[in-house]
Design a protein. Structure first.
Length: 135
């Protein structure tokens, strides 16, 4: 099975399907991004809360991975709530939740370029954009 490929200047689209035992009006999405070798790279969170109804839910997200260098990545997906005091209640963790590869297009030579590396620093990734919710 091959992982999805995202090219430079493209956003990664993901769909989360989940069952909820009750209504959660303010769920948040977080994805911690790791290199293929499991070195932590960065983290992104949803720009707004997700409304989850009791039963089957679907959320479509658009993830801006422009700041990532070409390579292979693993995302740990977390659905959680934050209370008025900043405390978190984690409802689900899926690891690995997302696996993808980023490549650069070489328009001149009609090839793709992938930079493989084993040493990364932490970076700040843009917020994950909720583009659709369905229950």
């Amino acid at each position: 099975k091959t992982e999805p490929v995202v090219y430079d200047c493209e956003k990664l689209a993901i769909r989360i399907l989940f069952d909820s035992s009750e209504d959660y009006p303010e769920l948040m999405f977080r994805m911690i991004v790791f290199s293929k070798q499991r070195a932590p790279i960065g983290m992104m969170v949803s720009s707004k809360s997700i409304i989850a109804k009791k039963g089957r839910n679907q959320v479509d997200l658009s993830l801006d991975v422009e700041a990532l260098a070409p390579g292979e990545y693993i995302g740990r997906v977390v659905l959680y709530e934050v209370n008025a005091y900043g405390g978190e209640a984690v409802h689900d963790i899926v690891d690995p939740g997302v696996v993808f590869r980023k490549e650069l297009r070489d328009e001149i030579n009609d090839t793709t370029i992938t930079w493989k590396t084993h040493v990364w620093g932490n970076i700040t990734l843009p917020a994950a954009e909720v583009i659709h919710e369905a229950d």
